[in-house]
Ligand binder design. Sequence first.
Ligand code: NA7
Length: 545
Amino acid sequence: MIQAHHQSSEYDAIIVGAGFAGMYMLNSLKKLGLSVKVIEAASDVGGTWFWNRYPGARCDVPSMEYSYSFSEDLQQEWNWTEVMAAQPEILEYANHVADRLELRADIQFNTRVSAAKFLDGDKRWRVDTEAGETYICQFCIMATGCLSVPNTPQIDGAETFKGDVYHTGEWPHTGVDFENISVGIIGTGSSGIQAIPVIAEQAKHLTVFQRTPNYTMPAHNRPLTEDFREDAKDNYADIRQRQRESIAGIIGYGFGFGGSDTVEPTEAILETSAEEREAALSKEGFSAIPRYIDIGLDMSANELACDMYREQISRTVKNPQTAEGLMPRGYPIGCKRPVIDTHYYDTFNRDNTTLVDLRQGGIEKITETGVQTSQGQFDFDALVYATGFDAMTGALLKMDVRGAGGVKLSDHWQAGPRTYLGLQINGFPNMFTITGPGSPSVLSNMIVSIEQHVDWISDCIKHMAQNSLQLIEASAEAEENWIAHVNEVANGTMLTAPSCNSWYLGANIVGKPRIFMPYAGGVGTYREYCDAVVTNNYEGFKLSA
Ligand code: NA7
């Protein structure tokens, strides 16, 4: 065990954030015997699942796999009720973990970190909170989440709107009753696509403002049976191992590809005839599309899949003009974050739901009563922004983070995020970023990636203590090489197609550098890199006494 250092506001480690990353990091470092404090802006644990309480909020990774694997007791005792869990159940799980592992005593809630600065002389970090407290620590661990800074676009006149305004990523904890109210919603990413069917059922009328139609697949969500749960629990050792070795940290145990009952993709769409594609579509609808293995690899294969997709929209949505308005065009399937839905397209067959396809004329301004577009004015009582997040770098850059020599993180990242393995940044010794840019993070099951990073960081800190080492820092060369590799892996894929404007590329935030931020090489391969770095005596890191 490591000798803990803890004098009033001095800790071995400060962790920023008490979502799934911060909670597990806390548990791991406590087990090592370190003095640790977690600082969390929210009033309780859960991160993403604490804030995103909008109607329909749900995880799109099977619940048996979207859960911690580090504790056999935890994974055996918790009973998920659905294939893909809804937000309240995931938040309940986070609370259960916090109770079970007695984490809350070391978490300071309702506190936002404003700055983190490396003190060159002391070789310690100084962490400041908005409330004016200061903490000193050896290790500063950012568990600040990849999608934790909501993006509200600057639209002229926004402040003049007289009704209630909500953002999906900051939903009121008391819930919102939309009954007898007309609602306008801006945005059709995962959050909008999950919320729209549920709000449409509650509200008097729903107007959907869509800038870019998305490709979304049916979730096929359903309750889990006791038999299934027991079977998965019996096989957890194998399931977890396969998750860790997989591309996205998801194996779809028992459900097949994409959570549907279809099997792993094996067929090449380029080798199918029009009749075969028609037969697949008639039998399986949208779910026929993920069966093709080449649509992520070849643009002409992708275009065939897009044609099938649009055809299925025209079969699902009754009004031909609305169907046309919902059809994605001009960018490939697989360039943006995959979305899965429950009755999304059916919602546009309801009398109380109107689509405003902003490709036919964009938003000019927000008025006292609604949204004015070049197609006309649309009035409603309440406005919902489902406009996403300043992803991956937003939370880190919102704080004043300064490394050795007072170098600002915002300067180091001026042309886009630069890290070594998404774990560390050159010039920022002893600071770690859990699921930081340059790691698989948002391209994977976040919990698998979180556990891998937390285990790596804990082992590193243990290694340092055992060898009387005080500092670890990624070298400039290792960072340079890693970023080149991250780009090389993503280039030429659908993810970086010139027609793609995704938040992976920072394209949703005005002025953000267009850089592909996560690592697209898969969690299995990435883990091998990280393990090899350790085996090679922390290759690419400078360790010093
Ligand atoms: P996303 O996926 O970033 O979606 C945001 C949506 O908001 C998207 O449809 C945007 O259109 C739209 N948007 C953003 N700004 C505007 C303006 N100014 N006018 C009109 N429409 C706008 O965020 P989500 O919250 O849905 O999902 C984020 C992730 O959370 C998700 O991928 C999962 O990983 C969980 P655009 O496509 O940019 O044209």
